[in-house]
Design a protein around this ligand. Sequence first.
Ligand SMILES: C[S@@+](CC[C@H](N)C(=O)[O-])C[C@H]1O[C@@H](n2cnc3c(N)ncnc32)[C@H](O)[C@@H]1O
Length: 284
Amino acid sequence: MAFNQESHTLSGEDLRFVSAYVLERSGIVLGESKRYLVESRVSALARALNISSPAALIKRVRAGETALGKQLIDQMTTNETFFFRDVHPFEALREHVLPKVMDARRREKSIRVWSGACSTGQEAYSIALVMLEHFPELADWDVLIEGSDISAKVVAKANNGVYSQLEVERGLPPHMLADYFVEQPPMWRVSGKVRKLVRFETMNLLGQWPLRCKFDIIFLRYVLIYLDDNGKRRVLRQIENLLPPHGYLFLGSSESPMNLTDAFVPVLFGKAVCYQLRSGNTGT
Ligand SMILES: C[S@@+](CC[C@H](N)C(=O)[O-])C[C@H]1O[C@@H](n2cnc3c(N)ncnc32)[C@H](O)[C@@H]1O
């Protein structure tokens, strides 16, 4: 089917529909200022699915095609990520957070970490690399890093664990590339010892949370920035119930629970800020 290049722009009504549809189902805010971004992403999806125009795609979502609706939401996500993003949280993880969590969990010898909004997996794999590189004693512990994201596309890539040269050059120290990746020209695959520490699944932070345990460490970075205040509060309320008193929450450097909830207190480790439950708060 020929794609109609001229129908790239969306009517005001279609734009409002997409914004409301995506906000209601994912919490992602797409105001009028994001018009260009919305138009170009809906156009790209229509083209990829061989649908004649963005308007035709939206018409089908309006008519109740929920699978297409999910693809539309997926298309509206911003998946920027890279290995050891921001560096400082991973230094804090190595120097302070993991030693403290290991002290707290020494009897059970079990650690659970969650990378909520994991995108293509680099964050979860970076956590696994810190553990493998600096905590050899964890080899006989029960360790699991769970990664989840609303986008089925990025979760599939995370699951695959295969990255381009450009992707491994973003943040990954060269010796870690040599020690923990297998070259499959022109790509690199995470090796089995890294892969087996990490599990990925699709999960909408504003939907049902199928997570079955508390997490000693939660990375929830660079996702609250995309959500409206209601969505941010809903997510942080649920986090309260997933974090044990000894647990740590990492947010993105531009994100904070301040003005949203007083359930958490900031903890400074070097140049990284993370959060713990305010003392006496044991969730709801
Ligand atoms: C910018 S990436 C952050 C990736 C990683 N945490 C990092 O800091 O490098 C934001 C991710 O949040 C995901 N996301 C957005 N809304 C979400 C929601 N409602 N539920 C789960 N994930 C969501 C997007 O799909 C995207 O992959």
